[in-house]
Each structure stands twice: as structure tokens, then as C-alpha cells.
Design a binder for this molecule. Structure first.
Ligand code: 86X
Length: 495
């Protein structure tokens, strides 16, 4: 799979579209990689950059990230609001990490080292000590945790930050999905007891599920990562896993870790408990990134480029008044008053960008005091009296959101297959499915499955052990080792 088009070709395509009114040149189902590249560029979401793996997030896609804040703050201050509801405060830590801090926790940096980007010069002179750019902020934050946490009254200690991070990846980059710089929120918390830490891990995981399901209309599976796939610096890792039906790949949506006491040990984050005994804190960390935007495009994007033409009419006043009412009701509205494009071209353009509802106002509508509302998902059209637009449009948006989620969930569920034997497992993988299989939960067997499935499209791995476990009758055997099965694991190829 290649997600790459040359800058020149992309530019030519963009120009070509403007001149000829042509839409996407490839269908989602025919060449998914190329389709994705075209959508993110022609939909005005991404601009390429002269450093490989770096992308400009244009307002149209950045708005999703913003909206994940705004809409939610609108709908009870969602992600940021909910994080604050968990008692976590926002702060901002530096972009740069000293080498000394970075290597404090060896296990954590081990394996990641090749991905760390370093600043080695200022102007022409070499820096005395090179400085790393944060790939994640454990090593930036935890010295401060150690300093500020003294006694049990300082706990829990809960910090979140919205920021950029840099990981110099060498795998093929893909806009939003895998870029060398990306945006995220990273939450870092410290507790006196494991029980409190455990509770937060799952509270945050459910918050992430809600971001996917309630905001982006993407079904996810909550689960625990295997020992092989977990974050090595922590105790256990939980995940929300999404699925891209067309490529048959799972994708990690967000992650919530219990770090245990490893970092407390390394960074000496200790407190005096009620009995004046020195204790190490229990820590969590959790993050959700702009990858969410890529998953949304991959799951809900389509080939729709309509070309219906109507008379060009300038009914700006009616349009402005409609937009004003909708905005006052808290809806996001874009008035397209460009008169150098035909209505048909403009419809195509907004379809491509994925706007869920289009409101058209023509002379006939004006005469009848109505507007025409067109749903993107079903294509359904209806005439709505002007004095009912706010209520009706709010209702429609709600309906679209629910139907998108249900449609994506059904499509995802159709791609989950239960396999009890190696043969069934391989068949399902070949059919681009995710596989739910009884497993002995042994690391060696997991590595073995990876090795045996290695091929052109990448090895299969455990995506998670779903929290929601089907029945596992006594005597069920592992699909791979035929040893007694301990749990159901979800397997698949992934991003
Ligand atoms: C793991 C762990 C954790 C806070 C999260 O997943 C959520 C938010 N952090 C991140 N991870 C690394 O620790 C890491 C470290 C280095 Cl040095 C690196 F270059 C890349 C990394 N990638 C992931």
C-alpha cells in the first residue's frame, strides 16, 4: 500500500479539478491508498511539506481537532471538559529534553532511541550538549513530579497537556495516521494506591471510546494489550481499537496505561503516607492524537462527488439570515458565496470535504419561505420551512451522527470472525477480517503467530484482549498452540 503521490502530480490534479470540474480520480474500493491521498489533499485537509513525513493541517482538518474540544465544550465540555472533570489540570511543559533526563528510564527509551530527533547546533556552532525533542513527555514531566510530590496530601497529582511531539519514524508516513510530528493530549497522573490508578485507567479509556463513538461516529473495541504489544515502560496498557474495513486492518485509536511504579522508582517519585512511611506513587499516562482525524476519513470517507446543476442565483440575504440563525444555535455553518463557481461545482467541493448537510436556497425556495436541505449520507432532500430550520437541522444532524455510527459498527462487526483453529484463523486473515480467537496467553505463541503470518501485508498481531469477553467453555484450546485457552484475543493486521 502506497500513500504517496508526487507534489507535482497532486498540484496538477488540484489544478485540473478546478479547470475541468473533475473530482477524485480513484475509487475508495479500488485503490484505497491513492484514494486517501487524494481525499486529504483535494478535500483541503492536508498540504504537503518539504520534509518527508511532515504535513500541514489546514483549517478544514484542524477544525476537527478544535471541534473535538469546542463541540464537546458545547456538549458538556467533552474531551478537555471531561478530562478536567476527572480532576486533571492542564499545564504546559517544554518541547526539549536533556539527554540525562531522556535516558533516566532505560526500558522506556530502549527500542525508541532511533526515533528521537536531536538539536545539535545553534547557528553555526555545535551545542555543548545536544538536546532531544520530546517524543512523549514522561522524562520531561517526572522530575517535576518528584519535586512537587512530598506527602500523601499532594496526591493524587494529575496533569494533562495539549501539545506536539516528534517521533522520527522510518515506516512509510501517512497523513494523520503516521507523521513525524503530531498533536495530542497526554495525561500523566500519580496516585497513592494501585486501586485508584486502575480506576482512572478505565475511566479514561471509556472517555476515549466516547470521543470515537459519540463524536466521530466510529465504533471501537476496548481492551487490554498483550505483554508483547503493551508499552514496555508500564505495567499494563489498555486501548481502543478501531477497524478500517477496506484494508482489513485494525488501528489503535488511543491508549491508557497503568505505569505501575517503574517510573516512580527511576525518577524517585515518593511520598510520605499517613504512617510517615516513604512510598512510591502509582502512575498512569494516556493519550489521544490527531490520528483520530485520519481514522475518521478512512472509515467515513467515500467517493461521492455529485454534479447536479441548478440556476446560479445570488440569494445572499436569505443565505446570510439562515446562516445567522444556525450559528446562533451553536451549529457550525459555512456560507459559500463564491460566484465564480457553478452551484454544481460547489456541491461537489463540499461533498468532497465531507460536510454532512447542505442547505440550498433558490428563487423558488425564497418564494415559498423554505430552504432545501440535502443530507450527504443518504442524499435525501427535504424542503424545510424557514421558521423551522434550526430545529429540523439540529434533528437531522443528530440522526446522521447516529446512523453513521450504526453503519460503521455493522460494517466493523461483519469483519470480526471467530476462529478456533489455525486454518480458520488464516482464512479469516486472508479475507481481511479481524479474528477473535481463544488463546493460551503465552508470549512465545504470540511471537510465533507473528512469525508465521509475516508476509507482504505485514504480520498479524494481537490488537487487544477485549474487556467484553465471550464465553470460554472449559476445555477450549488455543487456536495456535492447542494448549488450554485462557482468554479470547482479537488478532489482525494493523497500522
Ligand atoms: C510510549 C507512552 C505514553 C503518554 C502514551 O502512550 C500516552 C501519552 N505517553 C508513549 N512511547 C514512548 O515512550 C516513546 C519514547 C521515545 Cl524516547 C520515543 F522516541 C518514542 C516513543 N513512542 C512511544
Amino acid at each position: 500500500m502506497r500513500f504517496f503521490l508526487s507534489l507535482e502530480r497532486l498540484a496538477a490534479k488540484k489544478e485540473g479539478k478546478k479547470e475541468t470540474g473533475l473530482g477524485l480520480t480513484v475509487k475508495k474500493g479500488e485503490n484505497f491508498g491513492e484514494w486517501y491521498s487524494e481525499v486529504v489533499v483535494m478535500g483541503d485537509m492536508i498540504e504537503y511539506y518539504d520534509i518527508s513525513g511532515c504535513y500541514i493541517l489546514l483549517p478544514w482538518s484542524y477544525a476537527i481537532w478544535d471541534v473535538t474540544l469546542f463541540l464537546l465544550s458545547f456538549l458538556q465540555r467533552f474531551l478537555d471538559g471531561e478530562i478536567k472533570n476527572l480532576g486533571v489540570e492542564n499545564a504546559y511543559f517544554p518541547l526539549f529534553v536533556s539527554e540525562r533526563a531522556l535516558v533516566t528510564e532505560k526500558k522506556h527509551v530502549e527500542g525508541f532511541a532511533p526515533e528521537v530527533a536531536w538539536v545539535t547546533k545553534s547557528g553555526e556552532s555545535a551545542l555543548e550538549v545536544p538536546i532531544a525533542i520530546r517524543p512523549t513527555s514522561e522524562t520531561v514531566m517526572y522530575p517535576i513530579f518528584a519535586k512537587r510530590i512530598r506527602g500523601h496530601r499532594d496526591l493524587p497529582f494529575k496533569i494533562n497537556q495539549w501539545c506536539n511531539v516528534v517521533r522520527w519514524e522510518f515506516k512509510h508516513p501517512t497523513p494523520f495516521i503516521r507523521s513525524r510530528e503530531f498533536l495530542w493530549q497526554e495525561g500523566h497522573t500519580a496516585y497513592a494506591t494501585k486501586k485508584e490508578a486502575d480506576e482512572e485507567v478505565y475511566a479514561v479509556l471509556d472517555l476515549y471510546r466516547r470521543v470515537y463513538e459519540e463524536l466521530l461516529a466510529i465504533p471501537v473495541i476496548k481492551g487490554v494489550k498483550s505483554e508483547v504489544e503493551k508499552f514496555a515502560g508500564g505495567l499494563y496498557t489498555t486501548t481502543v481499537e478501531a477497524f478500517i474495513p477496506l484494508t482489513g486492518r485494525g488501528i489503535q485509536g488511543a491508549t491508557s496505561h497503568c505505569l505501575g511504579q517503574n517510573f516512580a522508582e527511576m525518577f524517585d517519585i515518593v511520598f510520605e503516607d499517613e504512617k510517615r512511611e516513604r512510598k512510591k506513587v502509582w502512575q498512569n499516562s494516556w493519550g489521544l492524537t490527531t490520528r483520530t482525524i485520519g481514522v475518521m476519513i478512512m472509515v467515513h470517507g467515500d467517493d461521492k462527488v455529485p454534479y447536479k446543476d441548478v440556476d446560479t442565483q445570488k440569494l445572499f440575504d436569505a443565505a446570510a439570515s439562515t446562516a445567522r440563525q444556525l450559528k446562533a444555535a451553536g451549529l457550525r455553518v459555512k456560507e459559500d458565496t463564491r460566484d465564480n463557481y457553478s452551484p454544481g461545482w460547489k456541491y461537489s467541493n463540499w461533498e468532497l470535504k465531507g460536510v454532512p448537510l447542505r442547505v440550498e436556497i433558490g428563487p423558488r425556495d425564497l418564494a415559498n419561505s423554505q430552504v432545501r436541505v440535502v443530507r450527504r449520507d443518504t442524499g435525501a432532500k427535504e424542503d424545510v420551512p424557514m421558521d423551522k430550520i434550526v430545529d429540523r437541522i439540529s434533528e437531522l444532524l443528530e440522526e446522521i451522527q447516529l446512523q453513521l455510527l450504526e453503519k460503521a459498527r455493522k460494517e466493523r462487526d461483519d469483519c470480526i470472525v471467530k476462529a478456533y483453529t489455525w486454518k480458520e484463523f488464516m482464512k479469516a486473515l486472508d479475507d481481511k477480517k479481524m479474528v477473535l480467537a481463544p488463546w493460551c496467553d503465552e508470549e512465545k505463541v504470540e511471537e510465533d503467530v507473528k512469525a508465521r503470518t509475516k508476509g507482504e501485508s505485514g504480520a498479524a498481531k494481537t490488537l487487544c484482549m477485549p474487556l467484553d469477553q465471550p464465553d470460554l467453555p472449559e476445555g477450549t484450546r488455543c487456536f495456535a498452540s492447542e494448549k488450554p485457552a485462557k482468554k479470547w484475543a482479537l488478532w489482525g493486521r494493523s497500522y
